[in-house]
Design a protein around this ligand. Sequence first.
Ligand SMILES: Nc1ncnc2c1ncn2[C@@H]1O[C@H](COP(=O)(O)OP(=O)(O)OP(=O)(O)O)[C@@H](O)[C@H]1O
Ligand SMILES: [Mg+2]
Length: 358
Amino acid sequence: MAGVTFSNLSKSYGNVPVVKALDLTLKSGEFTVLLGPSGCGKTTLLRMLAGLEEVTEGEIAIDGRVVTDLHASERDIAMVFQSYALYPHLDVAGNIGFPLEVRGLPKSEIAAKVRSVAGMLGLLELLTRKPKQLSGGQRQRVALGRAMVRDPKVFLFDEPLSNLDANMREEMRSELIRFHRETGKSIVYVTHDQVEAMTMAQRIIVMRQGSIQQNGTPFEIYKQPKNDFVAQFVGSPGMNILDTDFAGCLRLGGAPLTVPAGFDLSGGQVAKLGIRPEDIRLGTSATTEASLSFPVRLVDVQPLGATMIIDLKTVGGNLPLIALAEWRDPGISPNSEIEVVVPISAVHKFAADGVRIC
Ligand SMILES: Nc1ncnc2c1ncn2[C@@H]1O[C@H](COP(=O)(O)OP(=O)(O)OP(=O)(O)O)[C@@H](O)[C@H]1O
Ligand SMILES: [Mg+2]
């Protein structure tokens, strides 16, 4: 089985660094997601691994073998590109089966493999269509199928679900998880969608501006974000980050905040408090847990169905705060003041440079 190692890997375009001295080992057989905002270097990293982009410095190894200078065709990887292209003259079956055709596999074997993959991707009805007779989402699934028929050391997927509607994306996420479970292959999957990352990954690598921010399981990334960037990027909506300062006491956007006993301010190092929207309780509901509580103003409510997003502003500091709660009548009207309560066990603390304080 094939693990992947990047050692001191850098890539610059001219003077502009886009991947910066990256050290990373991906475990064999793991479903790894590279997650980060647009332009952070995800595709560049994947293309270097695939052998489609030269590295500026450093080394890449697959399965313990250094591949940095090997041609793409010698690396035994299958890749689905962010901007994929299908063969226009081949139908869906021909496109999916193409890599097997090239390897000269018997026709019956190709047909069986194509049907199996097309079944997973919901393409069985479309096998005789040409690409121009397909929707964007259907074409994207064909591109996915063309990789999935293969048996490489590592699968590389670059935003393979970006053109699908919400329902189809959910379905495909399940299929990819099943595909991974059944094949046991190493998968490196690129996305900027944190929901995709959380639902599919065994390991998430959060990137920003060409550097790794955190490498952990979805649980670790969500529960113990290493810095305020990861905290805000992961979660839907992301974590609230509230600026604090000290002037005799802890203040939230300038307004004094009473902290209960047991709330460690780490000698005044705490510069930002992080609160997940789902950890905010509205109103002074009785709680036995030690909690922070402070007044807020209701700005707006956005129903999502099962839940609702509640836009708030802190009173005094006027800091924006987002809460997530079961959808119901919040029982208050815009501009009215209520108290929010947050158990201190749910409050994350960050220093001025954004690094988590445990
Ligand atoms: N051939 C190139 N020449 C110069 N700059 C490039 C080139 N390819 C990519 N870049 C730059 O490198 C940075 C990283 O690009 P990359 O495509 O890896 O980002 P990404 O994380 O995949 O983003 P997205 O989520 O938008 O696909 C970007 O700032 C991009 O503009
Ligand atoms: Mg990209």
